[in-house]
Each structure stands twice: as C-alpha cells, then as structure tokens.
Design a protein around this ligand. Structure first.
Ligand SMILES: Cc1cc2nc3c(=O)[nH]c(=O)nc-3n(C[C@H](O)[C@H](O)[C@H](O)COP(=O)(O)OP(=O)(O)OC[C@H]3O[C@@H](n4cnc5c(N)ncnc54)[C@H](O)[C@@H]3O)c2cc1C
Length: 412
C-alpha cells in the first residue's frame, strides 16, 4: 500500500520535500495557509548561493558589536523584546560562532551547499523555469582596498578547500563589468558558480505546479491543527480533515511555534529582513552584495530589489524598516535607484538555529513526524537538496549527504 505523507509548509523547503517524496512513490499532500512560495521564499534576494559554504556566524568584531549596540550602520537592527525573547538562542549562536566551532559547522554546511545548483538544475529543467534563472554568478563589491584584499584572499582559499570558483576584479574591471555603478569601488569578488533568480516566489510556484502536474495534492489549511491520531497524523484543510501516515514539518520561521506545542525546545531564532523594489533604469547586470554596508541589490522582474541585513525582533512585531532607509541612502551612493515602487516594504524572517545547521530528520519523540526547517540565510539555495535528503531518510535510501549533523536529536 502507498504510504501517505503530509508536508506542512509550501515554501522552497516544503515544496521541494513534497516533490522528492512524490518522486519516491509516496502519496503526498502539500499544505500551506497561502499559495506556495508567498512568504520568506518569495522575498529574498533570489540567490542560489553555491559560494555560501560557510554559515553566517555571529560577527565578533568589536566595531561591529558597538555599531549594533548603538543602532548605527545598516547591517543589524534590534527590538529589546526580540533580544529578550531570543536571548538564550542568541547566546548559543555566539558560542557556536567561535572560530573552531564555526569551522566544524562549515564542514556540514558546505556538504549541503555543494549540491545546491545541481539539485535546483534538475527541478528548474523539469518545471520549465529556465526563464527565471541566470547562471552567471553575482558579486561581492568592496569600498576599501583592505576589505577587498582580505576577501580576494579568502576567495582563493575557498577555491582550494571547497572548489568554489571566483574571479577577483580591480576597480577598472568592476567598472567595465557593471557600468551602472556610478562611483569607482576598490574591487569585487565575482562568484562564478551561484545562480540568480529574477522572481523567487515564481520559482517556488513553478516547482509547486510541477508537483501538482505529477499528481500531488496541494491544499490550504492551518498546520496548527496538526494532531497525532494513533500512529498517524491529521490536519484540517478547506477541503475537510486530511489523514496521513507520516508528516513533515517545514514551516520555515514559523516552525518553532508548532514544535513548541509538541513539547520541543530547540535553540531557534529568526533574523527578520526587508526588501523594497526601485524603478532604476540604470541596469545592474548581476546582483551585488555591498559587503561593508550589508545590503544586496538584485535585478528582479519587478525592478531592482534592495534587501537588508538582520533585524532581531519578534516574528509578529510591527515592521520597523529603519535598515531599509539606511541601506537606500548607501545604495544610492553606488547606483541610481530611481523611485521606490508604491508598495509597503516587504518583511520576512530567516529561520535560524544556534549551531548554524538546519534541523532535518525524524522528530525525536513523535514516530512518523519529520522536521525540515532552520535553513537560515540559505534556505532558498538549499531547498532542493534539503528536500532530497529528507525524502531519502524517509524512504531509507542511502543519503546523498550524511544527515547526522542536522539531526533533531542533537538537541536532546
Ligand atoms: C531579506 C532576505 C534575503 C534572503 N536572501 C536569500 C538568498 O538570496 N538566497 C537564499 O538561499 N536564501 C535567502 N534568504 C533566506 C531564505 O529566504 C529562507 O531561508 C527560505 O526562504 C526559507 O524557506 P522555508 O521554505 O523554510 O520557509 P518559508 O518560505 O517561509 O515557507 C514556510 C511556509 O510555511 C507556511 N506556514 C507557516 N505557518 C503555517 C501554518 N500555521 N499553516 C500552514 N502553513 C503555514 C507559510 O505560509 C510558508 O509558505 C533570505 C531571507 C531574507 C529574509
């Protein structure tokens, strides 16, 4: 008999999990309270980051910490209530960001990232989504020679250790590559392997369409209605109650809320982020990360998208887009942004884990329940490989990557 599985959450991670389970012959229902790909997986910078082999550590430089504490700079913003709510997880994040522990996390993180473009490639082709994807990398740009030299050195190191290809570009080469830059910069590291998606939400939607075209069931409902029914699971949907033998929880930044009701206390926290589109007629060819100022500019179908760094605030706190205002001023130093589109800034939240590794595997105390969340700064990148790995664990196949470091059991 075919095993039925419910996947809760239709972001990049849940949608790819549903596709990979379906491919292995399971009877899969994908549930979201909205259309797939309308939350975090829609509002990001659209980068499939093959270069991001190192997870994002808690910055430890005194200057950065002072700026953050005083609310200077655009990289970080915080609400006192957010620090209070997430304080314990953030202290553990600081602990795990120690260089030795970070190097350890990098080993496990890089093994997932290594599959990112290949796994997206398979789905992009099957979903006919080639029009959304550009495979020409993106740039870290630098304002000072010191930062550029250090980054170029680090990029060389990453080629040797992880095979991540890049090209260092000096002031003139960068100006030639990106004529829209209106000020000379110290240089850039052009990462050659990443891909850029010009409508991230549309890519998730195409993947979800593929899931439905292959016979998958997509339903609207509230994951909070999940209930264990003996050895099985049920959830209420707009089409009635759905029962399944197994269930996968892939609710991105909302995962903590649901696992708490099941009795799990994992060191999870969120980093909120904003975006705004601009009408810029100065055509940036590839996305850029202004590393020393902490924002990304990415050409999208809707305009030039400016995305911000981390805001530590409760997930449901009202928007406070102060970083966006600061980043806009900084970005205008480099590019003629034009006007913001007449729409409120988008607000989303990166689903983070203190040890910087996602949570993927069987729920420790609930047979038939699986977790797939916590992909932080690279969930859009990792969705397909995360979906594949989870499906391999469910089906008992040899996994493409050793799943031990991501096990939910590491939190007891
Ligand atoms: C500003 C910003 C820039 C970023 N840039 C990048 C980037 O360039 N590259 C990259 O790889 N990553 C990037 N990220 C991170 C990336 O967007 C996330 O890691 C990723 O989208 C997480 O995917 P997910 O599927 O886990 O979560 P989500 O996309 O949030 O999906 C979770 C789903 O669960 C659903 N849901 C929640 N609660 C319920 C409920 N009770 N009932 C039913 N459904 C529910 C939601 O509707 C949603 O569809 C960025 C994030 C931000 C904020």
């Amino acid at each position: 008999m075919t095993t039925s599985i419910l996947v809760l959450g239709g972001g990049m991670v849940g949608t790819c999990t549903a596709l990979h389970l379906q491919q292995r012959g399971y009877d899969v229902t994908l549930l979201d309270r909205r259309t797939p790909g309308q939350e975090t997986s829609m509002g990001n910078a659209g980068l499939i980051q093959r270069e991001a082999v190192e997870p994002y550590a808690f910055p430890r430089e005194p200057g950065f910490l002072l700026d953050a504490a005083l609310g200077r700079g655009a990289q970080v913003h915080w609400h006192a209530q957010g620090l209070w709510q997430m304080g314990r997880a953030l202290l553990r994040y600081l602990h795990h960001s120690h260089p030795q522990r970070h190097a350890h996390a990098t080993q496990a993180y890089s093994r997932l990232i290594a599959h990112a473009t290949d796994e997206h490639g398979v789905l992009v082709k099957a979903a006919g989504a080639q029009d959304l994807v550009t495979r020409e990398g993106f740039r870290f740009v630098f304002r000072t020679a010191e930062a550029f030299d250090a980054a170029a050195q680090r990029a060389e190191d990453l080629v040797l250790r992880f095979g991540v290809r890049s090209q260092a570009e000096n002031t003139a080469q960068l100006a030639l590559a990106e004529p829209a830059l209106q000020k000379p910069l110290a240089g850039a590291v052009h990462w050659l392997d990443p891909w850029a998606v010009n409508d991230p939400g549309a890519l998730v939607q195409r993947y979800a369409d593929l899931f439905v075209a292959r016979g998958g069931r997509l339903l609207v409902g509230d994951a909070a209605s999940l209930q264990a029914q003996g050895a099985a699971w049920s959830v209420r949907t707009t089409e009635g109650t759905v029962h399944a033998q197994q269930s996968v929880l892939a609710l991105g930044p909302w995962s903590d809320g649901l696992i708490r009701t099941l009795g799990y206390r994992f060191p999870l926290f969120i980093k909120r982020g904003y975006h705004q589109h601009y009408t810029s007629s100065a055509q940036l060819r590839r996305p850029i990360l202004d590393v020393e100022r902490g924002y990304v500019l990415a050409p999208m179908q809707r305009g030039l998208r400016l995305t911000t760094g981390a805001e530590f605030a409760p997930i449901d706190a009202p928007p406070t887009p102060v970083q966006l205002a600061k980043a806009e001023i900084l970005a205008r130093e480099l590019i003629d942004l034009g006007q913001p589109l007449p729409e409120p800034p988008w607000l989303g939240a990166r689903p983070c884990v203190a040890d910087m590794l996602p949570v993927m595997g069987p729920a420790p105390r609930h047979p038939g329940l699986w977790f797939n969340f916590g992909h932080a700064h690279q969930g859009f990148t990792m969705g397909p490989v995360a979906g594949r790995l989870l499906a391999e664990m469910v089906s008992g196949e040899p996994p493409c990557v050793d799943p031990t470091p991501y096990s939910p059991r590491r939190f007891g």
